[in-house]
Design a protein around this ligand. Sequence first.
Ligand SMILES: Nc1nc2c(ncn2[C@@H]2O[C@H](COP(=O)(O)OP(=O)(O)OP(=O)(O)O)[C@@H](O)[C@H]2O)c(=O)[nH]1
Ligand SMILES: C=C(OP(=O)(O)O)C(=O)O
Length: 240
Amino acid sequence: MSTATRSVAPRAHVLVAVKELHAAKTRLSGVFDTDDRTGLVLSMLRDTLAVVSDVATVVGVTVVTPDPAVARLARSVGANVYADPTPVDAENLPDEGGTEHGLNAALAAAAEHVRRNESGVDVVALQADLPSLRGGEFGEALAAARTGGRSVVVDHHGTGTAALFSCDPAIPLDPRFGPGSAKRHLDSGARPLDGHWPGLRTDVDTADDLDAAQALGVGPATRAALDALEHTAPSRCGNE
Ligand SMILES: Nc1nc2c(ncn2[C@@H]2O[C@H](COP(=O)(O)OP(=O)(O)OP(=O)(O)O)[C@@H](O)[C@H]2O)c(=O)[nH]1
Ligand SMILES: C=C(OP(=O)(O)O)C(=O)O
């Protein structure tokens, strides 16, 4: 469907998934203990939500999570919460595909819920750990996404997905997140979006990712969390 046949005013609803905090960011466990990782996850989420909520074409933000503390944070900044009933537990480990399945099932259900309730809205699944995201780059990506049905912003490693868009009500979001998800999204027909969007593409899973994000400049909540942990990157610069 062309943009001309859809609603004139672009409207997007952003979905952000966060798993249970005790199981989050395990790849940072060599750098931070559980409490510090939890604080960092919430800070990066806070910065990500603040930026997308400020983008003019974003009419709704929903955090998809089974975690009560994440849900509280989401509500406190004006986001909706879609309760993901899939806990990360011993029977649901990533290497058995459980987490990946739970994440994608929850995102697909949330996307359908949004579309049922908000006619004609574009749906985006966005990573929660984008502390260097700028509103301008997300707005540009949204505009680029609206030129075709389903599209993807590949992450800075070239293997993962920073954001997945469906801008045609007839095309399901069909999320396929998890390791190597960029290829799965592209192979399933999502159009790659080109653009110089370093903050959008820099999701943080490892200490190297955190350094890359700090080099770009991170948002205020993440900055405060890292300062409290006295974690600095060698090439750190400001957020200006
Ligand atoms: N709601 C929900 N979110 C999930 C689930 N699994 C993963 N996520 C979120 O999806 C994003 C990518 O997940 P992962 O890369 O598996 O987890 P992570 O916490 O970022 O990092 P690692 O623990 O190091 O793998 C993160 O924001 C997760 O919190 C799930 O089952 N349900
Ligand atoms: C889940 C994903 O991200 P990451 O493992 O990088 O957090 C993904 O890119 O699909």
